[in-house]
Design a protein around this ligand. Structure first.
Ligand SMILES: Cc1ncc(COP(=O)(O)O)c(C=O)c1O
Length: 489
């Protein structure tokens, strides 16, 4: 196969050049039928390939032409047996992975700090989650991956599980022993599904953690749009056949996808794959070098710490992505949230995320030394302003006990509920999803029995000013629980 080719992107341009008379949707017909300001802003080129699955342009739901060819090229580039394009983001791909392996009542082993698409898929499929606690890093107040030991215990206790989901790498760029975990799960014939939302680039450079396909995982949902240069919302689902069938994956992907797939997004996946396959190594080499220089400069700022290999630990953090700059600001006497706001207001800098103790900045092939220098200058300035402050926020992370699951999340989601004061909710079954960020680990998911300790934990976090997320009542005075059945006389 020739990775220089872009069958989908090129096919669309050829179709446009034939200038067909269009009697089909989209009704803007190359932009002529739309708002003039938006049209000139977006540009005629983009609008001319905003097309739909008419016969010459293939169909994501049943690819046989240019989409099939583009997916085959992507499979070769990512080391997969099959690649499926997703225009429903990695969320859609994650739901596809889970619903491809789980039937109602099946068990799936998942880390506790999963993205909401995992919980959604568990509700849709009717699967029963078996939770593993991620490893916590008290120095930074963040959670890493899951240990091979924890996976072993879970597989031994639940050898009938239909899947194991692993987040690799984490949002902060930290990787567990994915190969060890895959080998272990495979010894139980349990397929491994990887949430690779933050790892599209890792496949293309040896200094980056091992990718899901390199580790032999069965499926991976990978956000090409986050770090691989395609347009927002476009992702891929890579798979190796064996424990999972590609026909099943195609069928589920199609069930979860819009029938009006955006060809702009699909073409951007095709082009991003070419760029990664041909230039990925060089692009990542430059980004890594830039990030290394940034890290060195940041670590010269008093009270700022930007870990490199220091983040590693032997159990659940065995590799890291150096292009993620985790900048610990706990010694500034400010929270990460405050630093984020200060950078926005004073330097027009937008960070990727912040929490109590850190900000996270990502370095990609789109950056240059100029952006790094602005960040370093801003943090020098902020440190000078904070010099007078002595306060240090201790980065200690507490994890709530995992509550007992009384109903499957799906049963709970579809049950009749009532709203009661949170203070009186101990012993009741939660109908809501409640989590505190950081560390982003759910306290309750629908179906779990609320305990007094968990309620205390929520209030402790709220008193510390941490955002508790999830419930409909965002003051958290009340919570929705499953209505109790009353016996009739
Ligand atoms: C860990 C993780 N998984 C999955 C997703 C979902 O990805 P997408 O936004 O492409 O749907 C995200 C998004 O931020 C994420 O952080």
């Amino acid at each position: 196969m020739n990775q220089h080719e872009t069958p989908l992107f090129t096919g669309l341009k050829k179709h446009r050049d034939r200038n067909p008379v269009q009697f089909h949707i989209p009704g803007h017909k190359g932009g002529r039928g739309m708002d003039e300001e938006f049209r000139s802003f977006i540009g005629d080129n983009a609008l001319s390939i905003d097309l739909i699955n008419i016969q010459p342009l293939d169909d994501l739901h049943h690819p046989q032409g240019m989409i099939k060819e583009a997916q085959e090229l992507a499979a070769e580039a990512f080391g997969a047996d099959y690649t499926f394009f997703s225009v429903q983001g990695t969320s859609g791909a994650i739901m596809t992975m889970i619903m491809s392996v789980c039937q109602p009542g099946d068990k799936i082993i998942v880390p506790r700090n999963v993205h909401k698409s995992v919980t959604t898929a568990i509700i849709f499929s009717g699967a029963k989650p078996v939770f593993i606690h991620p490893e916590l890093d008290d120095r930074f107040g963040i959670s890493h991956g899951i240990t091979t030991e924890a996976v072993k215990k879970a597989c031994e206790a639940h050898p009938d599980a239909k899947g194991l989901l692993v987040i690799n790498p984490t949002y902060f760029g930290v990787s567990a022993d994915l190969k060890g975990i895959v080998d272990l799960a495979h010894s139980f014939d349990i397929p491994v599904l990887v949430d690779e939302a933050h790892g599209v680039h890792i496949h293309f450079h040896e200094r980056l953690p091992m990718s899901a396909m390199q580790a032999g995982a069965d499926m991976a949902s990978t956000s090409v749009h986050k770090l691989g240069g395609s347009l927002t919302q476009s992702s891929v689902l890579n798979m190796k056949e064996g424990l999972v069938s590609h026909e099943r994956v195609q069928a589920v992907l199609s069930m979860l996808h819009t029938t009006s797939t955006s060809y702009i997004l699909l073409a951007s996946l095709d082009a991003a794959r070419r760029h990664l396959a041909i230039n990925g190594h060089e692009l990542m080499e430059n980004a890594i070098q830039l990030a290394d220089q940034a890290r060195e400069k940041l670590n010269q700022i008093p009270a700022i710490f930007c870990p490199g290999a220091d983040i590693l630990s032997p159990s659940a953090a065995i590799d890291y992505d150096p292009t993620k700059l985790i900048i610990s600001v706990k010694n500034l006497g400010m929270t990460g949230y405050d630093v984020e706001v200060w950078l926005r207001e004073n330097y027009t800098i937008e960070v990727e995320l912040s929490d109590l103790y850190n900000i996270l900045c990502i370095i990609t092939p789109g950056d240059s030394m100029q952006e790094i220098n602005t960040l370093v200058q801003a943090l020098h300035h902020l440190t000078d302003l904070c010099r007078t402050q002595e306060e240090v926020i201790p980065a200690s992370v507490k994890v709530p006990d995992i509550p007992v699951l009384a109903l499957s999340p799906r049963e709970a989601f579809y049950s009749t509920t009532e709203t009661i004061p949170l203070k009186e909710a101990a012993g009741r079954i939660s109908a809501e999803f409640v989590m505190v960020y950081p560390p982003g680990i759910p306290i309750f998911i629908p179906g779990e029995i609320i305990t007094a300790d968990n309620i205390d934990y929520i209030f402790e976090n709220m008193e510390a000013g941490l955002p508790v997320q999830g419930p409909i009542d965002d003051t958290l005075e009340t919570i929705q629980v499953i209505r109790e059945q009353k016996a009739f006389k």
